[in-house]
Design a protein around this ligand. Structure first.
Ligand code: ADE
Length: 245
């Protein structure tokens, strides 16, 4: 997979070279290029922003600078990449979006700062590329860089050969076998930690009982933390009885 990130803070993305994504980059399974947007500025101050038309606070990133940057990054691409633009005004980033992005051979990320990027940059890019404006949550960051770290961590662990243990990706929260519920809590040794015992059923070898216990914990946790997920979760009569209890 090829990844390009355009930002005015290239060093923010240094974190990608750590850990699992870092290993995939180091051994060539993922090629990562981080570009400084200011390289495409036109003046000696390397200006990338300007005041908003229509008034209002803050600054808007200039379309001409972004247009040159994206044209240049895409110029040698073999097929059109997906352009990902993190913004609090985007569609929610979910595991399903991560799975879609993980199948793309080439992703380009455009990190906005200030009040965002002139919207015509995305309108123009969409004439040639799939464009995904995505939000990582209902809060406002200062820019897209940290959102790119979040998105890439979620995406890269779904790319075959990037995650150390290929079984793990399918077993996390939102995995299909949980039918849209949160995963159950986990425990390891010791069997008693500061007067707190591990749930008894996990110490025995009754796997049907363990599966039932974990299912019940998933249901209770989802009801407590994310009741919105219950509306679309796959529930049977036994699940509904546990929730009603
Ligand atoms: N940029 C600023 N806030 C953001 C958010 N919540 N998600 C994605 N990009 C952002």
């Amino acid at each position: 997979m090829r990844i390009d990130v355009v930002t005015i803070f290239p060093r923010y993305l240094d974190a990608l070279r750590e850990s699992l994504p870092g290993r995939a980059i180091a051994d060539g399974r993922v090629s990562l290029a981080v570009h400084d947007l200011r390289d495409w500025a036109a003046d000696r101050h390397r200006t990338v922003d300007d005041t908003p038309y229509g008034g209002g606070p803050g600054m808007v990133m200039k379309p001409d600078v972004w247009g040159r940057a994206l044209d240049s990054v895409v110029a040698d691409a073999e097929e059109p990449p997906i352009l990902v633009v993190p913004t609090p005004a985007g569609r929610p980033f979910t595991q399903a979006v991560a799975a879609e992005l993980a199948t793309a051979p080439h992703l380009v990320f455009a990190c906005g700062r200030y009040e965002g990027i002139d919207q015509r940059v995305m309108v123009d890019a969409a004439r040639r590329l799939p464009v995904r404006e995505i939000s990582i949550g209902d809060y406002v960051l200062n820019g897209g860089e940290v959102a790119v770290l979040v998105v890439l961590e979620a995406v890269l662990r779904l790319v075959p050969g990037v995650l150390g243990n290929p079984r793990s990706a399918g077993e996390d929260s939102f995995a299909d076998h949980l039918g849209g519920l949160l995963e159950a809590p986990s425990y390891t040794r010791p069997a008693v930690y500061r007067d707190l015992p591990v749930p008894e059923v996990l110490l025995g070898g009754n796997h049907a009982a363990i599966d039932r216990f974990r299912r019940d914990e998933s249901l209770r946790r989802t009801a407590a933390h994310r009741p919105d997920l219950l509306a679309t979760a796959e529930l049977d009569d036994r699940d509904r009885a546990v929730l009603a209890a």
